[in-house]
Design a protein around this ligand. Structure first.
Ligand code: 13P
Length: 255
């Protein structure tokens, strides 16, 4: 399964940062630094309230807009929630699903990750599905079990054709926001495992074409080494995506 034909996707996950006005300014600063860099897809996954401002600021530019969550029902009495149709209508192309912070603080489960992924794909969004082990699981030697299980449950009921709309982001929880990055070898090992799970389920061709990202303290210094690995097709970047200079270095590393 050695193919460098996959186009990398470099996605920023802003988490709960930036007001709409700050977002607007940030996009113009970022675009100055990344325009002309056509070797990867560039995505910013922004707070829901920022979506209109960011979609407007990104119009006609090579930066695509993502959300950080989506509800799985089409519509109805779900106060505070946002549907996939609302996101697409607003100009959103990507959505992060099952981030560890949502699993940890907001009751996200493998089952709701699966439902959200189905809803996102059905609406034409590209789902960035996050998986990853916590430190205790890594130390117990069960990383592969945990990650395979998360991937399999996230993809239940989805078909091989859906995989062109699904990105798997491997984010070891112990590496998120801690400054403690997985080594390129550790990240590669799990990303390769994820690709194998996809190969078993959908066949080698689909696995070869699926985008698998790494996330967890990826920054301007370590991005090139991580992105050089055979099975790492991009990054999901938190902290460093909030600094235009750092994020653009990561984009450059993916060229
Ligand atoms: P950091 O890059 O801040 O570690 O966050 C990673 C992440 O959670 C991206 O979704």
């Amino acid at each position: 399964m050695s193919s460098r034909k996959r186009r990398p996707v470099i996605a920023g996950n802003w988490k709960m940062n930036m007001t709409p006005s700050q977002a607007k300014e940030f996009i113009s600063e970022l675009y100055d630094k990344v325009k002309g860099k056509r070797g990867c897809d560039i995505v910013v996954c922004v707070p829901a309230i920022d979506i209109p401002a960011v979609v407007k600021a990104c119009a006609g530019k090579s930066i695509k807009v993502g959300a950080q969550n989506v509800h799985f029902e089409k519509s109805g009495a779900y106060t505070g929630e946002i549907s996939a149709d609302m996101l697409t209508d607003a100009g959103v192309k990507y959505v992060v699903i099952g981030h560890s912070e949502r699993r940890q603080y907001f009751g996200e489960t493998d089952d709701t990750v699966n439902k959200r992924t189905k809803a996102a794909v059905a609406a034409g969004l590209t789902a960035i599905v996050c998986v990853g082990e916590v430190l205790a699981e890594r130390e117990a030697g069960i990383t592969s079990e945990v990650v395979s299980r998360q991937v399999k449950l996230a993809l239940l009921g989805l078909a091989a054709e859906d995989m062109s709309k699904i990105i798997i982001a491997y984010e070891p929880v112990w590496a998120i926001g801690t400054g403690k990055t997985a080594t390129a070898e550790q990240a590669e090992e799990v990303c390769a495992l994820i690709r194998n799970v996809i190969a078993e389920k959908y066949g080698k061709q689909t696995a070869k074409e699926t985008i698998v990202q790494y996330g967890g303290s990826m920054n301007a210094k370590n991005a090139a080494e991580l992105l050089a690995m055979e099975n790492i097709d991009g990054g999901l970047i938190g902290g460093a995506s909030l600094k235009a200079a750092d994020f653009s270095v990561i984009v450059e590393a993916a060229q």
